[in-house]
Design a protein around this ligand. Sequence first.
Ligand code: SF4
Ligand code: FES
Length: 212
Amino acid sequence: MAEMITLVIDGKQVEARQGATILQAARAASIDIPTLCVHQKMLLYGACRICSVEAERNGQVRVVASCGYPVEEGLIVRTRSPRIDRIRKLLLELVAPQAMFQENVGGELRRLADEYGADIHRFEYRLNAKSNRCILCGLCVRYCEEIVGAPAIGFVGRGIERRVVFYPDIARRVFAGGMEWAAEVCPTGKIGAESDSSYFGFTVEDFLADRL
Ligand code: SF4
Ligand code: FES
């Protein structure tokens, strides 16, 4: 049986098994920490950092990504503070332009932007390419790989060209019954919103053609 660890999260004493992450310990104690790239059924990815929290040990405070940081005996965790709120606000403002659709963002990203008072237009001027509603969190790609077991969606390109694409032959077979799962995993609403009419609309072939 795994050893149990005691830590303090937001002033509350919490028990967690050794090896658990701060995020898992917090959720088990009904303490909310926002995430954009985590799913309980999928492996850790660590892309968005929105789950950052303050972790204090021996008087030293560090900002860590709670989805990947393991619990430690006596650790003191603060999931909200002026510093954490500033970090989350900035992270949301930085990803929002990529996720923009018709001057707005949707899904969990929208909810968090409202909660943290993020100005979703602040960094629009830095977006070189057209917004494609996607923050590259990888949840849809990993869902296909890890849960469905067929790579119907994948990443292509590097840097500012990086984006998700559908592999039509696999996607038609895998998603013949619909893509309701997408509404659950996609934090911007991209796939859920585009799935009805045109989810095969952007494929790896389109991506390659765009680059010619
Ligand atoms: S389409 Fe949605 S789930 Fe997929 S990588 Fe982009 S934001 Fe994440
Ligand atoms: S939820 Fe922790 S890095 Fe994305």
